[in-house]
Design a protein around this ligand. Structure first.
Ligand SMILES: Nc1nc2c(ncn2[C@@H]2O[C@H](COP(=O)(O)OP(=O)(O)OP(=O)(O)O)[C@@H](O)[C@H]2O)c(=O)[nH]1
Ligand SMILES: [Mg+2]
Length: 207
């Protein structure tokens, strides 16, 4: 996938601060420290467009990034939305409470939203809050795209089996991904373009 441009558009800690949607939007959700921001950087092939950190709870705001991609012989714009991580126990209770409504409110009310990527750590599997998010998304008819990331942390011989096992357990399509090796990048782009109704190149994409 060719990303011609990627830029930060806006960040907000309250829904009212966000600019009105301009292009189709796809949101990235997952537990704190799971690798959401790294995954967006990998998708757009920029090392530092989105701030990442080894300390959980790095992304506290909703951040919107605009990308321009080349498809067939055409170009399209798309907004990638990095959501704050959930499930971070070290955060104060009041702060944790303030995040649920922000994430939920965005997913429920954002008119430009086409899909949500739900990111899970392949070594940890789906936790209760991940399952709740999946159910919530399905209840509001937002298409979840499941991604198991950090597959590079498993021995190469175990990666495919681990992804297949999690896919079976969750009984939904799921893409294995690594922000370090770029594994799964093309497959994920294909899903993102598809939920965003952006035309795709005709060439077969290896999964
Ligand atoms: N080995 C490996 N490390 C990763 C991968 N993705 C992220 N990391 C590391 O995991 C840590 C957290 O990554 P972030 O991308 O900041 O995670 P996040 O989900 O955005 O975290 P919050 O913003 O705190 O919710 C960083 O140290 C990353 O370098 C991956 O695919 N493989
Ligand atoms: Mg982050």
């Amino acid at each position: 996938m060719d990303v011609l441009d990627a830029e930060f558009v806006a960040g907000a800690t309250a829904l009212g601060q966000l600019p009105a949607p301009t292009f189709a939007e796809v949101a990235f959700a997952g537990r704190s420290n799971v690798g959401k921001s790294s995954l967006i950087n990998n998708l757009v092939r920029r090392k530092k467009l989105v701030r990442t950190s080894s300390a959980p709870g790095c992304t506290r705001a909703i951040n919107i990034f605009r990308v321009r991609v080349r498809t067939n012989d055409d170009e399209a714009h798309l907004d990638l939305v990095d959501l704050p991580g959930y499930g971070y126990a070290q955060r104060s209770k009041a702060e944790r409470r303030s995040w649920g409504p922000l994430i939920e409110g965005f997913l429920r009310e954002r008119p430009g939203l086409r899909g949500a990527i739900v990111i899970i750590d392949i070594r940890r599997g789906a936790q209760d809050d991940d399952l709740q998010l999946l159910e919530f998304l399905e209840s509001i008819e937002v298409t979840p795209i499941l991604v198991a990331t950090k597959v590079d942390k498993l021995p190469a011989s175990k990666r495919k089996l681990a992804v297949a096992a999690l896919r079976r357990e969750l009984d939904r399509p799921l893409i294995g991904f690594s922000s370090v090796t770029g594994d799964g990048r093309e497959a994920l782009w294909k899903h993102i373009l598809s939920v965003s109704s952006i035309n795709q190149p005709d060439v077969a994409t290896p999964s």
